[in-house]
Design a protein. Structure first.
Length: 420
């Protein structure tokens, strides 16, 4: 079996950690048990380009239990957990192409392994695999053989919707990110907690009393801001959307333009999905000692060339912490090269939220096998009944009961919908 991992000897540690994550993934486990019986993915080749974490390992086990032949490559240069990659190869016989800290060239070689597997389904996080399959680098026959794909993240869905609008998307996609059981929980509580986890592991910073600037008040920004507030930070939100800005204000945050906010910031975190959120003018306005990092999908939110241009030197002062000495004497600290802080210096979102995200992935894979003939080359939502079933299963697994409508209540509500 072809693969590219750092060290097979890490497999036992990887397995222990994958099993630990599995304890918190009851919905995915139930799906895996059903898949073992029903084998809905029998003989289906799946290429997954995802963060190689303990949670992703449990998704890969589930796909394999369903009969799929699956390969996995990294969706980010810094997010791979090498022990997990080793365990998937050694214990699960799943080919993995991922090395923590790989360079860009290796990253694309790994993507090409996933492309050359000639997938029938792609599972992407950020749309790099789909882009590569559509590019001149790929054998043009391969994209034609894909039945459909799934996309895990907001940035990827935006990229794919834009490809669909331009008429260049060559196969259907299910936007897993847009399922309620995904983004309400993973993007909000997952990013909220794991971003703080990454910052704290990298810096050992005390959050209480710290002025934290949160760029972007989408689901990820909301989650992060609320968790930072909970730890006692003074949060300032920056936004370009008036509605989001109002929401941030009424959630109790201060709202200000970036140029004003950075002058007060001890810590700035970008979660927008856009480029150059922090650039020259902002670095010029920052306090000595400010820490900056990114939790958006790509490392484009912080303009690092601008930071380099203002600096006379840089050095690593802790793992994942780079000290930039500016020509005016100030020092700024960049975490994890501006890449996803929650996956670079921590372990990504906790298993309990990834349980629902990856339940959506697994069920969407099954849905594609059953329904691909009716699907067009566009971006689809996860069917509502799948989304609802995941919420129901998660509540059951957590032992939480909810009320049911009485017959009278049901009749009352339907009398409104029937116009009587
Ligand atoms: N994205 C964010 N957190 C993740 C995790 N733990 N596993 C896979 N993808 C992720």
């Amino acid at each position: 079996m072809n693969h590219d991992i750092k060290n097979r000897d890490l497999a036992e540690e990887g397995k222990r950690r994958i099993d630990w994550a599995d304890r918190f993934m009851p919905v995915l486990r139930l799906i895996r048990q059903r898949f073992e019986q029903e084998r809905p993915l029998d003989g289906v080749r799946i290429s997954a380009c995802l963060h190689v974490t303990t949670e992703t390992a449990n998704l890969m086990r589930t796909l394999k239990a369903g009969g799929a032949e699956a390969v996995l490559c990294a969706s980010n240069l810094l997010s791979t957990q090498d022990d997990v990659a080793a365990s998937l190869v050694v214990h699960e016989n799943i080919p993995v192409f991922a090395l923590k800290g790989e360079d860009t060239e290796t990253y694309y070689q790994h993507l090409d392994e996933a492309v050359n597997f000639q997938p029938m389904i792609t599972m992407d996080d950020g749309a790099d695999l789909v882009s590569r399959l559509h590019s001149e680098e790929a054998n043009p026959a391969f994209v034609e053989n894909v039945l459909a794909g799934t996309e895990e993240t907001t940035t990827g869905v935006i990229r794919l919707k834009s490809m669909a609008a331009d008429g260049v998307l060559r196969y259907p996609i299910i936007a897993v990110n847009d399922a309620k059981t995904k983004h309400f929980f993973d993007n909000r509580y997952g990013t909220g907690q794991s971003t703080l986890d990454g910052i704290i592991r990298a810096t050992n910073l005390l959050i209480a009393g710290t002025t934290v600037v949160v760029a972007g008040y989408g689901w990820c920004g909301r989650g992060f801001a609320s968790r930072a507030c909970g730890l006692g930070a003074n949060v300032i939100v920056t936004e370009i959307n008036p509605l989001n800005a109002l929401e941030a204000m009424m959630d109790g945050c201060r709202v200000a333009p970036m140029i004003d906010a950075v002058a007060e910031a001890d810590l700035v975190v970008t979660l927008t999905g856009d480029i150059d959120v922090l650039r020259r003018e902002h670095f010029e306005a920052m306090k000595d000692g400010a820490i900056i990092c990114n939790s958006g999908h790509f490392n484009v939110e912080i303009n690092i060339p601008d930071l380099e241009a203002l600096s006379e030197s840089k050095k690593t002062v802790r793992e994942f912490v780079e000290e930039y000495s500016l020509t005016d004497g100030r020092k700024l600290y960049l975490l994890a090269e501006g890449r996803l802080i929650n996956l670079a210096s921590a372990e990504g979102h906790p298993a309990s939220v990834m349980d629902m995200s990856f339940a959506n992935q697994a069920l969407s894979g099954e849905y594609i096998v059953k329904n691909h003939q009716q699907m067009k080359k566009q971006v689809y939502d996860v069917p509502e009944e799948l989304d609802d079933s995941i919420a129901t299963l998660k509540l059951q697994a957590l032992g939480v009961k909810i009320d049911e409508l009485t017959e009278e209540q049901q009749n009352y509500l339907s009398s409104w919908t029937m116009g009587t």
